[in-house]
Design a protein around this ligand. Structure first.
Ligand code: FAD
Length: 342
């Protein structure tokens, strides 16, 4: 028999978002399996409420108390789920910790996800913005996923094409937004693995460690070390990682900017456009290390906004808006926030 819903009202989300913002949700349910989602959908009052699916709360900015129903994904489990000639398939439930899952794969001798070590949050949220770091992204190792469709009540099986992955983007931010709850994600991990050292800082870290033939474990350790040096730990100071996406601009615009600002940091994209380093733009506007009240810009990493203690989500949003306006005025480039803002 299905256990009754674990439902609470007026739930504080302070410990459930990495900014540490004290916002309340009108209703909150822990989702342990698809049966809980079916029960929510069958309940007239709950199904009429606007919904927020919550994983680790590490890509969210909560700017107010809200009349939402929060569906907190806590379903767990990892299984080896098949193979083809080139890959082993592994399936993880949405409520698993992403980093815990990556470490599990490495402990089983399954390389592939090591460059994505120590990204906070859950497995279920990883496809939403196609998480990426250190020269790798989720889409590189994605096989398929299962999602509960609130519109039809069906469980959908979606492949790579259906998910329309892009830079920090997927179908879940567009056509399936507010509709699909990801239940589990299946990964295709390579049987013939090659280290991915395309990211210069990672290659330098491996070289500095005197390693010439790195294992996946070596790469994971190096990524963890770099991230711990560069990024603030949300357990110590509230943040959601990079607050802005790197803007992608046409080559002509990048060339014109480069003429005016020879230090501009940019990366060529496969489609001929250029990705600009948003952190460089923000730094040059003088924001690194500055604060507006308790909302601040991290001292070492201008892309990261932090809660220096007791900041409201609205204050952090105000700071973000000031930064965006300054970057637009100085460079003519619009930078967009990465986290979901509610
Ligand atoms: C210190 C730090 C460093 C970070 N570094 C990186 C990085 O290197 N690369 C990177 O890409 N990101 C990075 N992030 C951002 C964040 O870790 C990722 O976006 C992560 O995938 C968010 O997972 P979450 O479970 O916390 O999602 P949440 O914040 O809980 O949710 C984010 C969005 O996903 C939706 N969602 C969550 N779970 C589901 C589900 N099961 N089904 C449907 N929708 C769902 C939510 O509704 C929301 O819209 C960083 C964050 C921090 C705090």
């Amino acid at each position: 028999m299905t256990p009754p819903l674990d439902l609470r009202h007026d739930q504080s989300l302070r410990t459930l978002n990495t900014f540490g913002i004290d916002a309340k949700a009108a209703a909150y349910v822990r989702i342990r399996s698809v049966d809980d989602l079916r029960a929510v959908r069958a309940d007239a009052a709950l199904s009429a409420m606007p919904r927020l699916v919550l994983g680790g709360g590490s890509n969210l900015l909560l700017t107010r108390d809200f009349d939402y129903l929060v569906l907190h994904m806590v379903n767990r489990g990892i299984t080896l789920s098949g193979e083809d000639d080139d890959h082993l398939l592994v399936t993880a439930q949405a409520g698993e910790s992403w980093h815990g899952f990556v470490q599990w794969t490495l402990a089983q001798g399954l390389p592939g996800l090591e460059n994505l070590s120590l990204i906070p949050g859950s497995v279920g949220a990883a496809p939403i913005q196609n998480i990426g770091a250190y020269g790798s992204e989720l889409a590189d190792y994605f096989h398929s996923l299962q999602a509960f469709d609130f519109a039809s009540g069906e469980v959908l099986e979606l492949g790579r094409r259906d998910c329309a992955f892009g830079y920090r983007d997927s179908v879940f931010k567009h056509a399936l937004r507010d509709r699909a709850v990801i239940l589990a994600v299946r990964f295709a991990l390579p049987k013939r693995w090659q280290p991915n050292l395309r990211y210069a800082e990672l290659a330098a870290e491996i070289a500095a460690r005197g390693i010439t033939q790195p294992t996946a474990r070596d790469i994971s350790d190096a990524v963890i070390a770099i991230r711990q040096r560069k990024l603030p730990d949300p357990a110590v100071i509230g943040n959601a990682g990079s607050f802005f996406k790197n803007p992608v601009v046409p080559a002509a615009q990048r060339d014109a900017l480069l003429q005016q600002h020879p230090g501009l940091v940019s990366y060529a994209q496969p489609d001929g456009q250029y990705k600009l380093a948003a952190g460089w733009l923000i730094d040059r506007c003088g924001w690194k290390g500055r604060s507006l009240g308790a909302a601040g810009v991290h001292e070492k990493q201008a892309l990261v906004l932090v809660n220096r203690g007791g900041a409201s989500g609205a204050e952090i949003l105000q700071l973000a808006d000031r930064i965006r306006a300054d970057v637009l005025a100085a460079y003519g480039v619009a930078i967009e926030p990465e986290p979901v803002i509610l």
